[in-house]
Write a protein that binds this ligand. Structure first.
Ligand SMILES: Cc1cc2nc3c(=O)[nH]c(=O)nc-3n(C[C@H](O)[C@H](O)[C@H](O)COP(=O)(O)OP(=O)(O)OC[C@H]3O[C@@H](n4cnc5c(N)ncnc54)[C@H](O)[C@@H]3O)c2cc1C
Length: 344
């Protein structure tokens, strides 16, 4: 049965399932939250999205996640996290949330297959690094093309490195990469930078950094790994081949928040705006990880935010239950309320 058929069936039959908490997203934030909420005996549903395991599924070795002295492959780390969450009772389904309704509780979460309800929702949908969209980018991802200098810089010791971008992140990453690379060339499509003055000064003063203005990366050449990069002049199209072992793309991230637009307060960049710890402007809706955090963007910080949000969810549900002076389970509370309505 196709996803659409399943959705039609579910919608037509009016089938819903009620959980204490629904976690949307399966990166380090989502799985960590699942470990905590299910260990706290909350009925937890986790919807993985189209990238089960999140961004780390697209990388090879992760060297900076604590507990793995020899590093661990991203997909292996994420499979471990999923198993750990499932071990305590998190139900993880490989589906995508296509619509949310936060207007009333229990909240309604519609996936392409079913409609679910929950007392609390924890959003862990992350952010996606913007791509150059050129030939070779996907082929060399994890083999020379990177979207995170903090994560991958140490793999490029003694290499010539190219960084694409002209904002704060690009300059911060380029400056950081000079600790490892032989040289760092910043390719920028304009003749001036958007980055802050202080970061610009730092970059201009760094003898390892060189700028290629009014230029874009148009091709990546190599075999098992990158050997060189083709850079084109945006005005006359003239191409030059630059020897490089690494290409860092630092042109921004897009938070995965389009389905929350109009339901939840987002900041001017589209990230979820937190009010207090992991609380959003809607009571009962929480967020964790790269979907609100554009400063740190690390697996360990996303996991940490997932833990914090799960603790907030648990405390919020407990306090609410206490206030309502009801049965131990939030689910039972809502079911009782429904029964009472039917009986009346
Ligand atoms: C190539 C690469 C290498 C990296 N290497 C490292 C590293 O070595 N060390 C490190 O600490 N960090 C690294 N990072 C950064 C790290 O991966 C992120 O900071 C971290 O994954 C963020 O976790 P998250 O849980 O917030 O979101 P993400 O990992 O982005 O996961 C988001 C999840 O949300 C799901 N989702 C999105 N929309 C929906 C929807 N509508 N319905 C349901 N689910 C949805 C997605 O399927 C995904 O599972 C790397 C990032 C990249 C891109």
């Amino acid at each position: 049965m196709s996803r659409t058929d399943r959705r039609d069936d579910s919608v037509n039959s009016g089938k819903v399932s009620l959980y204490d908490v629904i976690i949307i997203g399966s990166g380090p934030a989502g799985y960590t939250a699942g470990i905590y909420t299910s260990r706290a005996r909350l009925q937890t549903l986790l919807v993985t999205g189209t990238l089960p395991g999140g961004q780390l599924m697209t990388t090879s070795e992760v060297e900076n996640y604590p507990g793995f002295p020899n590093g661990i492959f991203g997909p292996e780390l994420m499979m471990n996290m999923r198993q750990q969450a499932e071990r305590f009772g998190t139900l993880a389904i490989d589906d995508e949330v296509i619509q949310v309704d936060f207007k009333q509780r229990p909240f309604k979460i519609t996936t392409s297959g079913e409609i679910f309800e929950s007392e609390a929702v924890l959003i862990c949908t992350g952010a996606s690094p913007r791509k150059l969209g050129i030939k070779g980018e996907q082929m060399f991802a994890g083999r020379g093309v990177s979207y995170c200098a903090t994560c991958d810089g140490p793999f490029f010791k003694g290499e010539d490195i190219v960084v694409v971008g002209g904002g704060d992140t690009a300059l911060e990453e380029a400056t950081f990469l000079t600790k490892f690379g032989k040289s760092v060339k910043i390719v920028h499509r304009r003749d001036s930078l958007r980055a802050s003055k202080i970061l610009q000064d730092k970059a201009f003063e760094n003898p390892k950094i060189e700028f290629l203005w009014n230029s874009v990366v148009s091709d990546i050449i190599g075999d098992k790994k990158i050997a060189s990069i083709v850079v084109s002049d945006v005005y006359n199209g003239k191409e030059q081949k630059i020897q490089a072992g690494g290409l860092f793309v630092a042109i921004g991230h897009d938070p995965n928040t389009s389905i929350f637009r109009g339901q939840l307060e987002l900041d001017d960049k589209g990230y979820i705006a937190l009010k207090n710890n992991s609380f959003t402007n809607i009571e009962g809706v929480f967020a964790a990880g790269d979907v609100h955090d554009y400063r740190y963007r690390q697996a360990i910080t996303a996991g940490g935010f997932g833990c914090m949000a799960a603790l907030d969810v648990e405390k919020w549900l407990t306090e609410r239950k206490h206030r309502a002076n009801t049965e131990p389970s939030e689910v039972a509370f809502t079911q009782m309320r429904r029964q009472a309505l039917k009986d009346s």
